[in-house]
Design a protein around this ligand. Sequence first.
Ligand SMILES: [Zn+2]
Length: 508
Amino acid sequence: MKSLLVLFSLAAAPFLQAETPPAPAAAEAAAAPRSRVVLLNPIILADDEGKVQANTCFPKKLVDRCYTKADLEFLYLEPRIWRNGKVLRGEMNIDQVCQEAKKAGVLRGQGEIVNLIFVSTLDGHAQTCGRGKLNGDVCFVCLPKKDKYPDMLEFVIAHEVGHCFGLIHAVDDPLVPDDVPNVQGDGPYAERLGVNGINEHQRDVVLKSPLVQERVKFFSAAAGAKLMQDESWEPYISSLSPGGVRAFLHRQDIPDDPAAATQAARELFPKEVLDFTESEKQMLLAGIASLEKNPASKDWGLMHRCPWHFIKVKDSFCGGFPHTRGPAILYSASALASMKRSALHRDSLLAHEKMHVLERFYPERFRQRFAEPVGFTAVPGLQLPEALLPSYLPNPDAMSTFFSFAEYGRDWVPLTLLAQLKSPVMGRDFIGLAYPVVRSSDGKISLDANAGRSFPAAFPTLMKRLPAARNCNDHPNETAAYYTAEFLSPFKPAIDPKMGPALKSFLE
Ligand SMILES: [Zn+2]
């Protein structure tokens, strides 16, 4: 018999101010990684001053248990604060909030990531409640004080994300009995989140959801092409100058007009994607297994747990340099061939690129635990001077924040510039220059475009302190990635003593 289900307004606990959210990556130790993952992008609403925040909860143990039949685990990206008092207080409807969120750039993905939005009032309710968009990628939750009904908080997230997977309430679903506990039904919360929290029919629905992804995934040419246009993580395409687009595509026929060059890149980047061969897939799978077994990586839980997603591109793209894009690693055909020839090189290139994915997933954790302890300082809000824009080539693996280092009594930001803009060649035409940071009285932060010095050659203190800075072109994201790869090598050349603890602290 179907019973009436009370889904929302489950408790009338007063709404309390949030504590600082825990870093979900470091949350409770979980069981062995599962074959499928769902990535969740937590967005925490705050008032306009950032003083009051919505309460949060990042449940893992019980939500994973509930989705056991789908062999699925929940992985949270670093939560981000979104200052918008109106949304926090529930003064906009859900559709308006989605529009605002898009404008504010807080949503991630193209329908393959759950955007989990924590608010303090939802549709007039300030109690535990939620709204998961059926087959959508946005889920709202409103949670009271954490410690009162812990299983209920976990239930709300498992239940609402279930709607995003395409699950409907047991009471409306003829294929789900409503006289046994179910994540879409009734019963004690802990039992609704039991190993039988979904039935076989619901498992089949969940497995069809684009939000549920294989832990190791090889993108087809068509799926990879779509991801090449995704700018929800960073302005990967729109920040390139016409010269930058020419360098990325290794072609000269890109218009001089910046908007036209961006449009050309949007059309041409997706055409650079190829399908993997079976032997390339096997080689990458062997590399992942080898990395997991390497004793040097035993404390690198984040690296092993977060998904491995791969896109294959033509050799002409980005000079054939391996790099990353959202959650995916891009290898060219010749990079894959070189990985096939050397297991050490294969494992190094896997670890290096995976670091870039993790730096993107957990930027604050990276800044606090790696970049600052080894001597880099984040420079948020830095605007590059106009004079440098045409020749500046953003590193696709280091787009989130500029970092400076100190030398000669000033703070310097290293950049990679193109030596010529008509037919630039990746690598060959790179120039490394570092520029001093200039802070003006009106609060603007920029660089002195006339005071560049050769990087890293003109900075002996930095090179002495971080010997690998020699190879690490322009950003602590690269320093960390190079050092991570070096740790896997049996030779371990010139590793700075601060590096091991800093990397372990970020990756554990
Ligand atoms: Zn790199």
